[in-house]
Design a protein around this ligand. Structure first.
Ligand SMILES: Cc1cc2nc3c(=O)[nH]c(=O)nc-3n(C[C@H](O)[C@H](O)[C@H](O)COP(=O)(O)OP(=O)(O)OC[C@H]3O[C@@H](n4cnc5c(N)ncnc54)[C@H](O)[C@@H]3O)c2cc1C
Length: 317
């Protein structure tokens, strides 16, 4: 079922999760172990992130350096199909521009369609670590907008090859990312919002946000979107702060501010276990306030911390 159908049919606030594929070499059971404590709360769907290949430099026996590409966390499509089969829960694979030519994307979308997956979250993707800045793949997309356009075209039966004139139309529900505190590369909030609007105008049916720790930023973001006539559902992405180090790491990586009250409380803790208790309580309060505000869904980034998210979710659902 499509995310938009889940939202239309909902009688209250829905729940969804996001997971990462395991590191290469791990069993699918590691994913089930991660999700088992969380599925009893009846999530409407589970997102699975996508991870591009990264350059790896290896020293050969003759001393020369060999550059290869490795994907640390493969398996997004397989995991989506396995979860659907194992739990009977809908899944949303993330699809990215980075590392994909348009033909690679089309093939991936055909696979997803054959597997009966109805949703995709269309993203540009992070830059390769060795590049520093985002470099599109040859014949690939530079912006998530172009990826949204490609999926929208396939939803109309328009394939890359002109010769395919009677190709089946897919029926993907397309989501895109939004940034309550602005994407770090945007020159200002207004231009970032206009780029977001372009993605919605091109066919995205809902927005899923970057994590945030200050609900007011989300409320302001929703208002700015509505003022710009962006009228699709906006789903807050939520993460628990679980380590003291994250006070400095999260703002740098994700361009988010940690509210003073949270950072001061975490700074005063003796260790990460105490920091996690504060972070959990903060996320519970955040979730309650967002539910009162009327968000359609509470979407939790589980990121290797299923027990923490369980502690939050059991207070809300
Ligand atoms: C909910 C969520 C899930 C994510 N999952 C993944 C994942 O699974 N894998 C992964 O690699 N990354 C993931 N990311 C990270 C994401 O890929 C990065 O934040 C990336 O840097 C931007 O992706 P985007 O889709 O928002 O890009 P875009 O919408 O393309 O925007 C990127 C930047 O370009 C600007 N821009 C857009 N269009 C134009 C234009 N026409 N001209 C000039 N500037 C423009 C935007 O303002 C923004 O600053 C996720 C992020 C979120 C919020």
């Amino acid at each position: 079922m499509k995310i938009t159908e889940h939202i239309q049919n909902a009688k209250g606030t829905l729940l969804s999760y996001e997971i990462l594929p395991p590191l290469k070499g791990k069993d699918i059971r590691s994913i089930y172990q991660h999700l088992d404590p969380l599925t009893e709360f009846k999530p409407s769907w589970i997102n699975v992130t996508y991870h591009r290949t990264e350059a790896v430099f290896k020293k050969r026996t003759d001393g020369s350096i060999e550059k290869t590409k490795q994907r640390k966390r493969p398996g997004t499509v397989g995991i989506c199909a396995a979860l659907k089969n194992h739990y009977g829960i809908d899944t949303t694979p993330h699809i990215i521009c980075g590392g994909f030519s348009q033909n690679d994307t089309e093939d991936a979308l055909i696979d997803l369609n054959f597997l009966g997956i109805d949703n995709v979250l269309a993203l540009r993707g992070d830059a390769a670590k060795s590049d520093g800045v985002f470099i599109p793949e040859p014949h690939g997309h530079r912006y998530a907008l172009d990826l949204v356009k490609q999926v929208t075209n396939l939803n109309k039966g328009i394939y890359l090859e002109d010769e395919i004139t009677d190709g089946i139309a897919t029926n993907f529900c397309i989501g895109v990312a939004g940034y309550p505190e602005m994407h770090f590369e945007a020159s200002n909030m207004e231009s970032d919002l206009l780029h977001l609007k372009a993605k919605v105008d091109a066919g995205a049916e809902y927005i899923m946000t970057q994590m945030f720790f200050d609900n007011q930023k989300f409320f302001d973001f929703v208002k700015s979107c509505r003022d710009l006539d962006i009228n699709v559902p906006i789903i807050p992405g939520l993460k628990a702060l679980t380590r003291k180090k994250q006070l400095s790491v999260l703002p740098k990586i994700f361009n988010v501010e940690i509210p003073k009250a949270l950072s001061e409380a975490v700074e005063q803790t003796a260790n990460d276990a105490d920091a996690e208790k504060i972070g959990t309580e903060w996320l519970i309060q955040q979730s309650k306030e967002l539910r009162e505000f009327g968000v359609p869904v509470l979407h939790y980034y589980t990121l290797g911390k299923p027990e923490t998210i369980r502690n939050v979710v059991q207070e809300i659902f």
